[in-house]
Design a protein around this ligand. Structure first.
Ligand code: SAH
Length: 213
């Protein structure tokens, strides 16, 4: 019997991801595979495939599925990529990255969230994820450089550490506060070229919980 979650997941990918223009096969397949309902609390499982973010405790949220897809696609990942993720949260985005990339280094400042995400991801059998509890504004210097860096909390600025820890041809995707009071951010994609030059693109408006430095 096909479980209800599987059909919900397929519908989510069709209607929220593919129909809105996500083309990267790796991202689509990862989101068809990763069981998003396993990353939220029991009482929210029925809403796990809906088109909005959900609370995950500690006043934090799991991102809307489309945003996970958009950011993952923008990172241009393949089987060789080493990725840094800031803001582990419940670990759903981490799982999507781990399906596609070689290694995922994920940093979370709230210990209870990091431990719970680790438990979930370990129980699903992922062996290519390294966890750290601490301030992700500093990146993760010991393991740099990274082919891709994803920040899943709203930053006041693009921290220098991220640019420094990006490899040549590396991609950084980060929501950056536009104005101190708006509560909205611009999702930026920043690319470091082969000769170290930085190029910046906008992927549109978004809304994340704040990155606490
Ligand atoms: N990708 C996660 C998003 C969680 S929300 C998910 O889908 O579940 C953003 C997360 O960033 C929160 O868990 C929050 O605690 C974390 N965060 C905020 N500031 C941080 C910082 N300076 N360093 C590391 N993590 C941070």
């Amino acid at each position: 019997m096909i479980d209800d979650y599987e059909s919900k997941r397929k519908y989510m990918v069709e209607s929220q991801i593919i129909r809105r223009g996500i083309k990267d096969k790796n991202v689509i397949n990862a989101m068809l595979k990763v069981e998003r309902h396993l990353f939220v609390n029991e009482n929210l499982k029925n809403e796990a495939y809906e088109d909005y973010p959900l609370p995950i405790g500690e006043s934090q949220t799991i991102s809307q599925p489309y945003i996970v897809a958009l950011m993952s696609e923008a990172l241009e990942l393949n089987k060789k990529s080493r990725v840094l993720e800031i803001g582990t949260g419940c670990g759903y985005q981490t799982a999507v990255l781990a399906e596609i990339a070689k290694e995922v280094y994920t940093v979370e400042r709230i210990e209870s969230l990091s431990l719970k995400a680790k438990q979930t991801l370990n129980s699903l059998g992922y062996q290519n994820i390294l966890f750290k509890i601490g301030n992700g504004a500093l990146g993760w210097k010991e393991n740099a450089p990274f082919d891709a860096i994803i920040v899943t909390a709203a930053a006041k600025k693009v921290y220098e550490a991220y640019i420094e820890q990006l490899s040549k041809n590396g991609r950084l995707v980060i929501p950056v506060e536009e104005s101190r009071f708006s509560g909205y951010q611009i999702l930026k994609k920043i690319v470091k070229s082969n000769n170290g030059q930085i190029k910046e693109y906008s992927l549109g408006g978004c809304r994340f919980v704040p990155l606490i430095d």
